[in-house]
Design a protein around this ligand. Structure first.
Ligand SMILES: C[S@@+](CC[C@H](N)C(=O)[O-])C[C@H]1O[C@@H](n2cnc3c(N)ncnc32)[C@H](O)[C@@H]1O
Length: 269
């Protein structure tokens, strides 16, 4: 490969990055560059596009929906698992759940394959028993593939390893090939939809009491992080809660959220 084509290749890759940044706020750090390039080349191969230049071209001129979804899915890191970062989940179970109204609305805002939404549903059931059935849990993600996986609710055993065994027993059932299926009672509490967090204002008619927005902000540049958590503030009930990853502090972003403890924020009531 001559020097010229290398420079062209880099420029075309940057055009794809630009589209991702504009369209969904995904801002890859330099250390993830190779990973993203590799994934975009895979998208090209699957879509039978000859080069990164062709991909950039198609995106810039309004690519069809299937290609856009493939790029968005390819760019997102969907890593997640049940009972991730238990300190935040336990705060939710012990402090927040007992204060929730019967018809509370909960939202897992970057739900990936649903592990977080179902973990939240389990904790609510543990605390409230049959009364938890009146709660509504929404899980959303930009990736249609992940939303389908969340709706299926079937997981390999490795994904539930962090889950306390009692919860595993009560809420999951083996369904062959070492896979586990979320029980119907939990599935009935959870709904999944595709949603781009960058498309603000967020399209909800009714506010949420608790929003989980964990391990997604690091994709975004600071302006987008701020815009996202502010948009979430606007669709949260007064006195409602935002739970982030402890590795994604909001301090310095200048938002209206009041810090409570690591990964826990509250809207003024
Ligand atoms: C690492 S997973 C986090 C899953 C879960 N919240 C957790 O903490 O385990 C990040 C998810 O954010 C989604 N995502 C990335 N950009 C997004 C956007 N602009 N809007 C909605 N979801 C997005 C990705 O598709 C991915 O599934």
């Amino acid at each position: 490969m001559g020097m010229g084509s290398k420079v062209d290749g880099e420029r075309d890759f940057q055009r794809v990055c630009h589209w991702l940044r504009e369209r969904c706020g995904i801002d890859y750090r330099d250390n993830k560059r190779e990973l993203l390039e590799h994934r975009m080349l895979r998208v090209c191969a699957r879509a039978r596009l000859g080069s990164m230049a062709e991909l950039a071209e198609r995106l810039e001129h309004g690519a069809d929906n299937a290609l856009q979804l493939a790029v968005l899915h390819g760019a997102s890191t969907n890593h997640t698992y049940f009972y991730r970062e238990p300190q935040v989940l336990e705060f939710f179970a012990q402090v927040i759940v007992p204060t929730l109204p019967r018809d509370a609305r909960l939202w897992s805002a970057a739900a990936s394959s649903g592990d977080e939404a179902y973990s939240v549903a389990m904790l609510a059931c543990e605390a409230l028993g049959a009364d938890a059935a009146t709660l509504a849990i929404l899980g959303t993600d930009i990736s249609a593939v992940m939303i389908e996986a969340a709706e299926r609710g079937v997981y390999p055993a490795a994904r539930v390893e962090a889950l306390p065994p009692a919860l595993r027993e009560r809420y999951l059932q083996p369904c062959g090939d070492g896979q586990l299926r979320v029980r119907e009672a939990l599935r009935a509490m959870c709904t999944f939809r595709r949603l781009n967090l960058k498309a603000t204002p967020l399209p909800f008619k009714r506010n949420f009491h608790v929003v989980f927005c964990r391990n997604v902000l690091y994709y975004f540049d600071r302006a987008q992080q701020r815009a996202t958590v502010e948009a979430i503030y606007d669709v949260t009930e007064p006195g409602g809660w935002l739970l982030t990853s402890v590795t994604e502090p909001l301090r310095d972003l200048g938002t209206r959220w009041l810090p409570v403890q690591g990964g826990v924020y509250r809207k003024a009531g």
